[in-house]
Every structure is written in structure tokens, then in C-alpha cells.
Design a protein around this ligand. Structure first.
Ligand SMILES: Cc1cc2nc3c(=O)[nH]c(=O)nc-3n(C[C@H](O)[C@H](O)[C@H](O)COP(=O)(O)OP(=O)(O)OC[C@H]3O[C@@H](n4cnc5c(N)ncnc54)[C@H](O)[C@@H]3O)c2cc1C
Length: 548
């Protein structure tokens, strides 16, 4: 027997599920699990019945097969662990993707080596998620101490001792690095090899002159700040996200080149700690890949907080005079000079592939030097896999860890698992935070859906009213025919926590009515999901408490 997953368009109810089950049973299908909500069926077929037969049977029943995947043969074929090589899996990198792959591979019985040229733990714990989020929280507390929305509360903030905050942040980073990474090296029996890895051939890498061979490799080398080509920038003492998190003094003025999620988070952090902050971007619209309601709300709220934006800018040159950085731009045909004590470059991240001599191993890269992988996380060399930021997929640690796990299942477990990044939540941890999952309205239209949307301003949500922070928005994008929720987009306090419920909604094909019919605790921000669902047909401002 072989196991298949088939994606099917056109199922709208449990009757359709039964119909598909009957069709698959008629061609010999067993252990069939069909879900109209997920638009898929998983089942086993005797050897010899091929995917084409499945397609034909489903078509005859008037449904459309989107894709048929064999997800595993009857027994997973583990690679033969025969000690002929130094390692069964040799991983380059030691971040989220690397550790997830290492732990799962060891659970399969593999001997695993891990190579790291800098600090064990990679970006997230050392210079990314953890240090930025703990400092952002400190900034938020300072902001509320300076300006709180309640009458009768006398709060104030003194001068920020950034050196002390950074020391405290470093202690937390070191604690979490030990707990979540370094301690696991011995606990699982991973061989740590310190140094920079280069491929010698498809079976061998060299580290500090020593050669190591392996049956399979995982490249999980992450990404580093990308520095744009702007005249004069190379001669200027600029910051990246890494060095900004090490500043010991709050700069009076900070200018940021870029306005993506790292630029927004670090910009608001420094603004909350007392800097005057300006973000410069080439595009005319902030966060242009988001729904317009989201970008407009974010721009409004950050502008109200006192952060400046220079949009539609063309960079002329940058120079440093003494300590002052001068950024010469043209906006709407007019020349402008922005002067600041510190300059942050936050214009995305480039994959770390330069030092790997990938050509020696026959691993192909794309236009931005990212490693090209197929649906099984395999590179152009079938013994070599890649995962995480180095592939330039969604750059989040949970994506890197998920991909690392799939690599272990495929490279060591022999499972032939496909990566599924169809539903990836994304959060920007500013205040109010931005959280999104699924399709934007434009994407849904492009994919041919008849789209229905509901947009609810935060001032209709009780949690926001009692918090006295009402600038924000919830938006649901749904399929007009089935009312299936295709995307959820939020700007609110705690949006990052609310988005998990929305992720389940989108992933498991729940509908607007499912959200309406599920109780939402009053006074939570998550209630905004239910209220926005109700807003498809009702004016929620005319309803009583809890929209009852
Ligand atoms: C400021 C900032 C904030 C972020 N905040 C969040 C957040 O809140 N939530 C979230 O999910 N994500 C966040 N991210 C993104 C997240 O950190 C990354 O997506 C994730 O860490 C990528 O993991 P990875 O395993 O692919 O690579 P990494 O963690 O980058 O690990 C790669 C490792 O490979 C090593 N390496 C590279 N080349 C070689 C070589 N040739 N030989 C040996 N070793 C090598 C590197 O030194 C590095 O340690 C943030 C990133 C930044 C920069």
C-alpha cells in the first residue's frame, strides 16, 4: 500500500466528504480521511494504482483535483546507518533549523555533527528575536511611564540607562542560549565542530583544514544584514540590527534606511527609549505588501507616536561629518538632507552562502545567492538539504525549525515529506503589534476567489476601549461563496497572540460562521476575531455587550 494526500477543490460540506470517500473506496482506497474544510483527502492505495487513476475518479465525481502527492511508502526507508562516514547527518549552522534537524535525526538513531563559525544558537537567540523582544518590552514600559492614557495616574520616566538594559538583555540571551541550545549538545550527543565549513566535494566538508564526511548534509547557515549600494555608505559608521542592540547610549537622533519589520521594531524601540526617529523608504507606501487598512493604520499610529517617515525617497549620497551622518535624498523632485547621530541600515537580509564553495558539491543557488530547494527541502544535490533563512523563505525562527524537522524526516527518516508553508503567521512586535496570516485581499482576488471582506476598527472592541488604545484594525478576508476564512490581518495590542486562533481558522478551513458560533472571552483582544466575523452582516456597534 502507498499513502497519498490529494488536494481537492469544490467540496463544501460533509456530504461532499462522503462522496469523495465513496469514489476513493471504489478504486481500492483504504483508511480514507477526507476533510472538506481542509480541501483534502488522505488515504492508502494498493501498489499499482497510480495518481492518474485518482485524478480521473475524482474528476468523474465532479470535483477538481489540485494535486496528488505520495506522502510515504508503506514503511519509511531510513537511510542505512552503517558508520562508513564520519556522520549520518552533518549540519552547517547551529540556529533554529539546525537544532530541530539534529534532535529529530538523533531520535531516528543518526550520528549528527554540527558546524558553527560564530556563536552557537544562531540569529534568533543571540542577535534576533530574544534580544530585540526583551528590549522592546523595556521600551514599551518606558513609553507608558512617560505617557499613559489614564487620568489620575501620575507616572514619569527618567533618563534611560541603556548600558544597564543591554547588560540585562545579555544575561537573558546567555541564559536562553545555554538552556535552549548549548546544553542540548551534550544532552543529545551532537558533535560540535567549531569553525567555518566549506564543501570539498558532495561527500566532504573542510573545517579548519580538517575533512569530515557524511551521508547527508543540511545547510542551515542563515542570513546576514544586506547592505544597499548607496554612494558614501561604506565610509560611514552605520549600525545594523546586530550592533544597534549593543548600543550603550540612546542616540538623540536615529535615521533608519528601510521600513520592513526589523526597521519598524528597532525604530519604535529607540523612539520609546527617547530618540527622535526617522524611517526612510524608496516605496511610496509603508508595508506595501500588506492590506491597505493595515499599512494605513500602522503609519497613522506610529506618526501619532512621533515617528517620522520619508517615503518615495531616492538616495543621492551619505556622508559623515564628525559624528553626524548626513543622508542626502530626493523626494518628489526636492533635495533633502537628514542629519542624525546614528544611522541604522535595515534593508533585508542576504543568505549566508558565500563561504560554502557550493559549486564543489553541485548545489545551485538563485538570483540572490539563496539555496534553491524543492518541496522536500532537497537542494540540486540529492544528498544535500537546506532549511531556514538561507533559502530565503519566510524569515522566522519557527519556519526554520519546522523546515529543519522536515529535513530530518526526509534525509534520515526517508519519509518523503513535503514542506507545507501555505499558512504562515507573521508578527511585527511594535505597539500596537501587526499580525497577519493567510491571503491578503489582493492575493485572494489574484487566486480567483470571489472575495468578501470585513473590517472592524479597534474602537468597536471592548478590550481596546478599556485599554484606552483604540487605534487599530481587524480585517477578515473570506471566500464569498463558502465564507471560508482565507486571511486575517490585525493591528492591535496583543495581535501576535490573537493570530494563533486565526492561524487555526485558516489552516483548518473554518468559516466566518464558525467564528461567530464559537464563544470568545470578554474582554480579550481575541474577541475582535468574532466581532469582525459578525461585522460581515451586522453593525456590531449596535449590539449589546459581547455582541450577544
Ligand atoms: C533583529 C531580528 C529580530 C528577529 N525577530 C524575530 C522574531 O521575533 N520571531 C521570529 O520568528 N524570527 C525573528 N527573527 C528571524 C529569526 O531570527 C531567523 O529567521 C532565524 O533565526 C533563522 O534561523 P536559521 O536556523 O535559518 O539560521 P541562523 O539562526 O541565522 O543560524 C545560522 C548559523 O550558521 C552559521 N554559519 C553561517 N555560515 C557558516 C559556515 N560557512 N560555517 C559554519 N557556520 C556557519 C552562522 O554563524 C549562524 O550561527 C529576527 C531576526 C532579526 C535579525
Amino acid at each position: 500500500m502507498r499513502k497519498y494526500r490529494v488536494k481537492i477543490n469544490g467540496m463544501t460540506c460533509t456530504g461532499c466528504e462522503q462522496h469523495i470517500d465513496a469514489v476513493l473506496t471504489s478504486i481500492g482506497g483504504k483508511n480514507i480521511e477526507t476533510s472538506f474544510r481542509r480541501g483534502e483527502s488522505v488515504f492508502e492505495l494498493p501498489n499499482g494504482i497510480n495518481a492518474e487513476k485518482v485524478r480521473q475518479a475524482i474528476k468523474q465525481a465532479n470535483y477538481q483535483t489540485v494535486e496528488v502527492d505520495e506522502i510515504s511508502s508503506q514503511k519509511p526507508k531510513n537511510i542505512e546507518l552503517d558508520n562508513k562516514n564520519d556522520y549520518d547527518l552533518l549540519i552547517i549552522g547551529s540556529g533554529g533549523a539546525a537544532f530541530s534537524a539534529a534532535i529529530k535525526s538523533i531520535e531516528y538513531g543518526a550520528k549528527v555533527g554540527m558546524i558553527e563559525r560564530e556563536i552557537v544558537g544562531g540569529t534568533c537567540v543571540n542577535i534576533g528575536c530574544v534580544p530585540s523582544k526583551t528590549l522592546l518590552r523595556a521600551g514599551e514600559i518606558n513609553h507608558f511611564a512617560r505617557e499613559n492614557p489614564f487620568t489620575g495616574l501620575q507616572t514619569s520616566a527618567g533618563e534611560v540607562d541603556l548600558a544597564s538594559l543591554v547588560n540585562q538583555k545579555d544575561e537573558l540571551v546567555s541564559e536562553l542560549r545555554n538552556q535552549k541550545y548549548i546544553d542540548l549538545i551534550d544532552e543529545y550527543g551532537i558533535d560540535l565542530i567549531e569553525g567555518e565549513a566549506k564543501f570539498v566535494d558532495e561527500n566532504t566538508v573542510k573545517v579548519n583544514g580538517e575533512k569530515f564526511s557524511a551521508k547527508r548534509f543540511l545547510i542551515a547557515t542563515g542570513a546576514s544584514p544586506s547592505i544597499p549600494t548607496i554612494t558614501g555608505l561604506e565610509e560611514v559608521d552605520y549600525l545594523t540590527s546586530t550592533t544597534l542592540l549593543e548600543l550603550k547610549k540612546v542616540p538623540k537622533r536615529l535615521t533608519i534606511i528601510g521600513s520592513g519589520y526589523i526597521a519598524l521594531e528597532l525604530g519604535q524601540l529607540l523612539h520609546h527609549l527617547g530618540s527622535e526617529v526617522t524611517l526612510i523608504q524608496r516605496s511610496d507606501r509603508l508595508l506595501k505588501e500588506y492590506d491597505p487598512e493595515i499599512s494605513e493604520t500602522v503609519e497613522k499610529v506610529l506618526t501619532e507616536q512621533g515617528i517620522d517617515f520619508v517615503k518615495g525617497a531616492t538616495y543621492e549620497r551619505i556622508e559623515q561629518v564628525g559624528e553626524v551622518k548626513m543622508i542626502h535624498v530626493t523626494v518628489d523632485g526636492k533635495k533633502k538632507v537628514l542629519e542624525s547621530e546614528q544611522l541604522l541600515v535595515a534593508t533585508g537580509r542576504n543568505p549566508n552562502t558565500d563561504s560554502l564553495t557550493l559549486s564543489a558539491a553541485g548545489v545551485k543557488v538563485g538570483k540572490r545567492n539563496e539555496i534553491l530547494i524543492n518541496d522536500y527541502a532537497r537542494t540540486s544535490n540529492e544528498k544535500i538539504y537546506a532549511a531556514g533563512d538561507v533559502t530565503l523563505g519566510p524569515q522566522f525562527v519557527y519556519v526554520a525549525a519546522y523546515e529543519g524537522g522536515v529535513v530530518a524526516d526526509n534525509a534520515i527518516g526517508g519519509l518523503n515529506k513535503k514542506l507545507d508553508l501555505s499558512v504562515v503567521p507573521a508578527v511585527t512586535f511594535i505597539n500596537p503589534s501587526i499580525a497577519t496570516v493567510g491571503l491578503t485581499e489582493d492575493q485572494a482576488n489574484e487566486q480567483g476567489y470571489e472575495v468578501k471582506t470585513s473590517v472592524l476598527s479597534l474602537d468597536a472592541i471592548s478590550r481596546a476601549l478599556v485599554n484606552r488604545e483604540t487605534t487599530g484594525v481587524f480585517k477578515i478576508v473570506a471566500d464569498a461563496k463558502t465564507l471560508k476564512v482565507l486571511g486575517v490581518h490585525i493591528v492591535s495590542e496583543n495581535a501576535g497572540d490573537v493570530i494563533y486562533a486565526a492561524t487555526l481558522t485558516v489552516k483548518f478551513g473554518l468559516t466566518v460562521n464558525d467564528l461567530i458560533d464559537s464563544l470568545a472571552p470578554y474582554l480579550t483582544m481575541a474577541e475582535g476575531l468574532r466581532l469582525t466575523a459578525l461585522t460581515f452582516d451586522k453593525d456590531v456597534s449596535k449590539l449589546s455587550c459581547c455582541a450577544g
